[in-house]
Design a protein around this ligand. Structure first.
Ligand code: RET
Length: 272
């Protein structure tokens, strides 16, 4: 890699880190920021722990971009952006929950609306690192994502019957699964990817099945069981928070594993 792009890259990631640090400092300094966290507030505590895990993951992904070959840098950068955007939303969501006990639906969905498309971009990037991918793959993944999230939001915010909205959201998710298992994205991976990419792609696929399934379970427990509103909101938020750890941090770690193992291979073969 040439020197200018290397130093430009460190500058960009340095700036991003600075942005994150100043955001967290601003929050720590704001009066009442964080509210009064009670020792029995499981949901509030989970918001705090996950906020910090997301900050740490962001630093890790950005710093590790320095260690991998150029074509993998973008993937790690996107992983870091996902955890950085989520960390910032978690600071707000945590405050809403701790201060008012309400579910921070709007912040949650703004976060998803930005981070889920970025995660979809990861699929596209991972495949593009090794082969030419038609743009249609990208757009189909986006359309599925938007249908899924708009459906969920209309239900959670009370603009639509919770069950009807749930079905619309499930249809969007089913469309994404179809694309990555049976559609063009799945075929490209099966035909042309090296083993490390194929295994990363297949783990990522299973994350979109198993990891993402946690969200509709959370929605179901939150809105469709008929339990008391207090109990339902605790279940909803605990389950969504747990899901974010799997789908944002663990997902990034999987990409990191593929990126570092492929880069180490490329470096040792160029030395030989
Ligand atoms: C980082 C955030 C992520 C990966 C969020 C993912 C969200 C989902 C997969 C949500 C799915 C939903 C359904 C499949 C049905 C109804 C409602 C939703 C929006 C919770």
């Amino acid at each position: 890699m040439n020197l200018t792009s290397q130093s430009l890259f460190s500058k960009v990631s340095g700036l991003a880190m600075l942005g994150l640090l100043s955001t967290s400092t601003a929050f720590a300094a704001s009066p009442g920021g964080g509210g009064d966290l009670k020792s029995d507030d499981i949901v509030g505590i989970s918001f705090w722990i996950i906020s910090m895990a997301l900050v740490a993951a962001t630093a890790f992904f950005f710093l590790e971009t320095q260690r991998v070959t150029p074509k993998w840098k973008t993937s790690l950068t996107v992983s870091g952006l996902v955890t950085m955007i989520a960390a910032t939303h978690y600071f707000y969501m945590r405050d809403v929950w701790v201060a008012t006990g309400n579910t921070p639906t709007v912040f949650r969905y703004i976060d998803w609306l930005i981070t889920v498309p970025l995660l979809m971009v990861e699929f596209y990037l991972i495949l593009s690192a090794i082969t030419k991918v038609p743009g249609g793959v990208f757009w189909r993944l986006m359309i599925g994502t938007i249908v899924m999230l708009v459906g969920g939001y209309l239900g959670e915010a009370g603009y639509m019957n919770a069950m009807v909205a749930f079905i619309i959201g499930m249809a969007g998710w089913a469309f994404i699964l179809w694309e990555i298992f049976l559609g063009e994205a799945g075929k490209i991976n099966a035909n042309s990817a090296p083993p490390a990419v194929q295994s990363a792609f297949s783990v990522m696929r299973w994350i979109v099945v198993v990891g993402w399934a946690i969200y509709p379970i959370g929605y179901f427990l939150g809105y469709l069981t008929g339990a008391s509103p207090e109990k339902s909101m605790v279940m909803l938020n605990v389950v969504y928070n747990f899901a974010d750890v799997v789908n944002k941090i663990a997902f990034g770690v999987i990409i990191w594993i593929a990126a570092t193992s492929e880069s180490d291979k490329a470096l040792s073969s160029s030395k030989a």
